[in-house]
Design a protein around this ligand. Structure first.
Ligand SMILES: *Cc1c(COP(=O)(O)O)cnc(C)c1O
Length: 421
């Protein structure tokens, strides 16, 4: 459920007319709903309610500081995957003990900065990385709390580019070698092993792969404990999928997911962490864009928008579907039209949808891509020297620009011409 609904024929974000925001901010822009973000966070928090837990929002999904502050104020921790994300989390005042550092390629500098700035734990993905953390922590006279990310070799049955839990993926260490790697970690100076981490992929619409992975984690916990490791914390990753089409069968709910966690690992008495990104931000954001032209081709009509693949890359990168709806509600019973929906970038890949049935629209009309809150703005670029589009946030009847559109001069002046030219 989200808070983007028609009110008297015009799409609203909570209590604000999207058309009014467009008139003030200009198109295209991302638009987030505070109430939706909070609703999704609270669903997870309550689903784990019976166990000691922390919901660490995977901020790579949408990392504007206004989003982070909203969630952190509600009690969320953060899952960060880079030094930049760590700095962002600190900048909005997320307490160190709520920041988890994930990612396969943490550099010495990133490890150093996180240790000195403070963190909850590193989720370690390889032996060389464990050695690097040991080195840096020892040189600082510190002890780094770590979990080891194990790869449970389960098929998440999601898009190949977002599956991470099979043995052929670059993530984590094979669960079959966990015993050895935990023993190695326990012997290293500057390392305090506190738990196990697992994350099998993104946009999972079925709970079965989670169940298979978490059962393996439960068995591993008992095995490692019997070897003398103090396993107190289980980080169970993110990955719960969202409905990208309204007609779709609904993906599992956070409550079912919470019950599954309780069933598979609840008896171990561990503190539970989860790292949802998409389910918190995905349906809390839309991309608002204007139709520039409707172009009649030989056998099809093209809807040419002022948003492009540089603003929202998911269709080009993952063949992702986003529902596209008009800001002014279609007349009930009107015949739908069929379009290839494209952006102005000089690439055939700049296609959002082919043969899309949707309400008929005309040049100048506003439309919105639904479910664009996660992996939208964060993956955008300035390809074709198209300015990064603004981000706007709504809270009840208020809205604010939370990242302004840069001017052409600001973009161009970032370049430096060398003195020999
Ligand atoms: C991307 C990622 C997540 C979040 O995945 P979602 O599908 O957005 O929930 C969580 N943990 C790790 C380690 C990730 O890489």
């Amino acid at each position: 459920m989200d808070h983007f609904l028609y009110n008297e024929g015009v799409l609203h974000a909570e209590d604000v007319s999207v058309a009014e925001i467009a008139a003030e901010v200009g198109t295209p822009f991302y638009l987030y709903s505070t109430a939706t973000l909070l609703r999704h966070f609270t669903l997870f928090d309550e689903a784990l309610g019976s166990m000691p837990h922390l919901v660490c929002y995977a901020m790579k999904a949408a990392s504007n500081q206004a989003i982070l502050r909203t969630l952190a104020d509600a009690g969320a921790g953060m899952d960060v995957v880079s030094g930049g994300e760590y700095a962002r989390a600190k900048a909005v005042g997320v307490p160190s003990e709520r920041i988890v550092f994930s990612g396969v390629g943490k550099t010495h500098q990133e490890i150093h900065d996180a240790l000195t700035g403070g963190l909850r734990q590193f989720n370690v993905e390889s032996e060389p990385e464990m050695e690097a953390i040991s080195e840096v922590a020892s040189s600082l006279g510190m002890e780094a709390p770590v979990t080891i990310r194990v790869n449970p070799d389960v098929d998440a049955r999601t898009h190949a580019k977002i599956a991470t839990g099979k043995s052929e993926n670059k993530f984590g260490i094979p669960i079959s070698r966990a015993r050895e790697v935990y023993a190695m970690a326990a012997a290293l100076p500057g390392i305090r092993v506190i738990g196990i981490d697992v994350h099998i992929g993104s946009q999972l619409t079925d709970l079965a792969p989670f169940e298979a992975a978490y059962k393996k984690v439960a068995d591993l916990t008992e095995m490692l404990r019997s070897e003398g490791h103090d396993i107190q914390r289980l980080d169970l990753g993110g990955g719960l999928g969202i409905p990208y089409t309204r007609s779709n069968e609904a993906p599992p709910l956070p409550t079912d997911y919470g019950a599954l966690i309780e069933r598979t690992v609840g008896h171990l008495g561990c503190e539970i962490e989860i790292e949802p990104g998409r389910l918190i931000a995905g349906n809390a954001g839309i991309l608002v864009t204007r139709v520039i032209y409707v172009k009649s081709g030989e056998d099809r009509n093209f809807l040419i928008l002022d948003a492009a693949m540089n603003d929202l890359i998911r269709p080009a990168m993952y063949e992702a579907h986003h529902d596209i709806i008009p800001i002014v509600e279609a007349t009930p019973g009107a015949e739908p039209a069929t379009y290839d929906v494209v952006g102005p970038v000089c690439e055939s890949g700049d296609t959002f949808a082919k043969g899309r049935h949707m309400p008929e629209v005309a040049a100048g009309d506003l439309v919105a891509f639904r479910s664009a809150g996660a992996y939208g703005a964060v993956m955008s670029s300035e390809y074709n020297t198209r300015p990064l589009i603004p981000e706007v946030m709504v809270h009840g009847h208020q809205f604010a620009v939370i990242r302004a559109r840069p001017t052409f001069d600001e973009i161009i002046n970032r370049d430096t011409i060398p003195q020999w030219l």
